[in-house]
Structures are given as C-alpha cells and as structure tokens.
Write a protein that binds this ligand. Sequence first.
Ligand code: DGY
Length: 328
Amino acid sequence: MTSKKILITRLFPEIGAKLLKKAGFEITQWQEDRPMTQSELIEQAKGHHGILCTLTEKIDSELLSSCPNIEIISQFAVGYDNIDVKKATQLGIPVGYTPDVLSAATADIAFGLMVATSRKMFYLHKSIIEDKWDYFKPNANLGIELHNKTLGIFGLGRIGFEMAKLCKGAYNMNVIYNNRTPNKKAEQELGANWVDFETLLAQSDVLSVHCALTPATNGIFNKKAFDKMKLSSIFINTARGLIHNETDLIEALNSQQIWGVGLDVTNPEPMKANNPLLVMENVSVLPHVGSGTVETRDKMAIIAANNIIGFYKNKQIPHIINPEVLQD
Ligand code: DGY
C-alpha cells in the first residue's frame, strides 16, 4: 500500500495515532487544544486521503468539494450530525464512526444527571462554595425520589438501553419509550413498553433523550412538548443540544411547568457562563462529557483508527454509517 496521508483534527488518545503510524500511514495531527476554524480545516485537509475528526469539525459539502483527495472520513464519536453524509455518499466516500463502546459511559452521565437533579446536588454544591451552608433546615432544598417512578426514553438505542438498565436496577423504574422501531431486547429484558410521543410526554417522571439529531428530532422538545409534561418531571438530554429549545426549556422551569433539568448537551454549545440555567436550583449542567472516560476514549480512538486501517487493508470498515459506498 502506498503511504496514505491522514489528518487527525484534534488531540485525542495517542493509541489511535500509534495504530495508524504502525500500519504505515503518514499522520498530520492538529496540535492545538482548540478546534480549527473552517478555513484552517479546509486548508489542512487538502492533500490528505483521510480525515479522522470529531463533532467539532464541520465536514460539509464545501470541504468535501475543496479536498478531492479525501477517500475516507472516520468520526471519533457515535453522533455524526457534523458530517454531510449524503454528500460523502454521493462522492463515494465511506464514513466510519464509533458506536457501542461509549454507550455505558454516556448512560452513566444521563443517570448521574438524573440523580444529581432530583437531589439538587449541583446547586447545593455551589451554595457551599458561596458560604451559604449555615444550619440544618428540615424544609429546605428538598429533592424528589426516583424509586418506582416512570422513566421515559426518547430514542431507545444502545445508550438509551444502558440508561434504562441502570434505572431499572437502581430504582426499579417502569420504562416506557418512544422510537421509530420497537426495541424487542428492551421489552424482553427490561419490560419496557413502546408508547407514542404524546404518552411519553404525559407519563414520564424522568424523560431522557437518547435519539440522534435529525430534521425530525431538531427542536422536538419545545414549549408544546414541555406543556404536556408532568409538573413534577425531570428532563434529561445527553444526546444533542439542538433537540431541545433552550428558551422554551428555561421558560418551562421558570413557570414550574417541569420540575428539573439535567443536561450534558446544550443549545448552543458551549453554554455561556451567564446562562440562567446555571443558577437554577433544580438544574444540573455538564459540558458535553458523555463519553469522557479514559477507557471509553481509548476504545473510540482504536475504533476510529481501525476504521481507516480496515478500509485500506481490505475495503472493510468495522463501523460504517454508509455501507452502500463499499458495495461493488
Ligand atoms: C458522540 O459520540 O456523539 C458524543 O456526543 C461525543 O463523544
């Protein structure tokens, strides 16, 4: 194999670059901690055969047309809404990604946000920093319990399944879900029940979002949706910030239309420090760290590298979004 040039767009676990180098690839890796601007990205990508990128890079039609040498895109993430997959497919460019390995870590964050929100942990932690812990108050800062409550999962795929499993095990929660297709495994193993979207909104005590960002899910959690949720409900989003309308979410909390919110993804990202959500009592926010454990990020780096290696070795990409481009 002639040496192929791969652009790694961010600093990421070394194991990925090592695997690529060992397999004979010539690597260029962006060395700054920040993502490239779009023009820097296009400039860097020119002359490369593959891009190993993450969700901070916009792999759009302009980039793909400006970089005719690109033969493969390998995304270091399970979500790929930053990539114009349709255009890549038209150009015959395969797009790899890293599903499965991050499901447990991401579900941990959804579960953690649920518990933290239900007991106001982030807010109470901040109140100590602000020197507001004076004495024990029997009526103050009361949370709500999760035992035997109803968990609604919007998008019951791999991550949603792990979240449902955690909630079932820890709190014996009753699981309902809304998906395009039924999840038989979740129904058999967790007793999950498919419901329509309206029922999911009306019956969930905790509503946790795990779907992909698509035109159909963009902004689906808006005022109309929050108005149908229980006053005592907690909304969790660890998928993509654009799935909820943040102005409507703030309004739903202010008007006590919903009880609490836990977010690992925000709309927009990054969230500004003066966002009203950050000072609310029943809100927990994290800066998009769902897959952020040493073990998971290493596994993602290995898969992202192996997707490239497999493509050049035997035209096989272990985890591919558009397999049709590899069919002869
Ligand atoms: C993903 O994989 O899509 C996460 O959001 C980033 O790790």
